[in-house]
Design a protein around this ligand. Structure first.
Ligand code: ATR
Length: 262
C-alpha cells in the first residue's frame, strides 16, 4: 500500500488526512495518508524515504515550506519563484517540489464570485503562505498589493521577490477592496488583531486564511460592519485537490461528503 504524509510542526490540527483518505477511498486507490510531526533534522531522511520508496509523497506545512527546498532535486516554476513548497512527488527518480497553495488560493477566490481584477488588496502578515497569495494575486491582475506585518523586516524581504509590493507599517490601514488576514491571529477563538478596522466602510471582502475556527473574530467583526467574508476552507480544499491530482492523476470530487469533514 502506498503511503503519503503531511509533515509540519505543530501538525495535530491538520485536516489533510481526513480529506485525502476520503478521496482515496472514493477513488478506490490503495493508499493511506497520515500526519507526522517532524523537526528540521528529519527533513533529509523524509526525502530519502521517497527515493527508497518507503513513502510515495508528502505535503509540507508550517514551518517547513521553505526549508524543505534544500533537500529536493527540482522545483516547479511557481515553487521556485515563491520559494515555497507544499507538495513533494517522485518523478522519474527525481524528487520534485510543487506549490499548490497558489492554485488553491486562486480557485478559492474564484469561488467567492468577488471580482478582484483591478482591485486593491491589503495583506496582514508575511509568513509562509504569503508569497503564494501574492503570486496568485498578481496572476489575477489586482491593481495594487499592500502588505503590513508586525515585524516590518519580513514584509520588506518580500519586496525582493515581488517588486510591485507596497509595504506599510503595522497599524496603518490603507484604502482597500479586499483585506486578507494571513497572520496566525484568530487560531484561538478570541484572538484579536490590534488593528483598527472600524473605519474601512462596507462592501469590502474580508478574507481569513484560517478555516478552523470557521469564523475568526476578524471575520465576525467584518460581517457585523456589512462586509463580505470568506475563510480559507476552499483554499485548503483546492490546494489538497491539486496535490491529489499530482500524485494520483485524478481530480478528486469536492462534494457534500467533503464539506461535511469540516
Ligand atoms: P512563519 O512566520 O514561521 O512563517 P506563519 O504562521 O506562517 O509562521 O506566520 C505567522 C504570521 O502571523 C507572521 O506574519 C507573524 O508576524 P511576525 O512576522 O511579526 O511574527 C504573524 N503574527 C503572529 N502573531 C501575531 C500577533 N499577535 N500580532 C500580529 N501578527 C502576528
Amino acid at each position: 500500500m502506498k503511503k503519503f504524509l503531511v509533515i509540519g510542526n505543530p501538525i495535530e490540527h491538520s485536516l489533510s488526512p481526513k480529506l485525502h483518505n476520503c478521496w482515496l477511498k472514493n477513488n478506490n486507490i490503495d493508499a493511506i495518508y497520515e500526519m507526522r510531526k517532524v523537526e528540521s533534522g528529519d527533513l533529509k531522511n523524509l526525502v530519502l524515504d521517497i527515493k527508497r520508496k518507503n513513502i510515495s509523497g508528502f505535503n509540507v506545512t508550517v514551518p517547513f515550506k521553505n526549508e524543505i527546498i534544500h533537500y529536493l532535486d527540482e522545483l516547479s516554476l511557481e515553487a521556485k519563484i515563491t520559494q515555497s513548497v507544499n507538495t513533494v512527488c517522485l518523478e522519474e527518480e527525481k524528487i520534485i517540489g510543487y506549490n499548490t497553495d497558489i492554485i488553491g488560493f486562486e480557485l478559492g477566490i474564484k469561488n467567492t464570485k468577488f471580482s478582484l481584477e483591478g482591485k486593491k488588496v491589503f495583506i496582514l502578515g508575511a509568513g509562509g503562505v504569503v508569497p503564494s497569495i501574492i503570486f496568485a494575486l498578481n496572476k489575477i491582475k489586482v491593481s495594487e498589493i499592500i502588505i503590513s506585518n508586525r515585524t516590518l523586516k519580513k514584509a520588506e524581504n518580500l519586496k525582493k521577490i515581488f517588486t510591485n509590493l507596497k509595504v506599510v507599517s503595522w497599524g496603518e490601514v490603507p484604502n482597500f477592496d479586499m483585506i486578507i488576514n494571513a497572520t496566525s491571529v484568530g487560531l484561538n477563538n478570541n484572538d484579536e488583531l490590534n488593528i483598527d478596522l472600524s473605519k474601512v466602510g462596507k462592501q469590502k471582502l474580508f478574507y481569513d486564511v484560517i478555516y478552523n475556527p470557521s469564523e475568526t473574530r476578524f471575520l465576525r467583526n467584518a460581517k457585523q460592519s456589512g462586509n463580505k467574508i470568506e475563510n480559507g476552507r476552499m483554499m485548503f480544499i483546492y490546494q489538497a485537490s491539486a496535490a491529489f491530482k499530482l500524485w494520483h492523476g485524478v481530480q478528486p470530487k469536492i462534494n457534500k461528503e467533503i464539506f461535511e469533514l469540516f
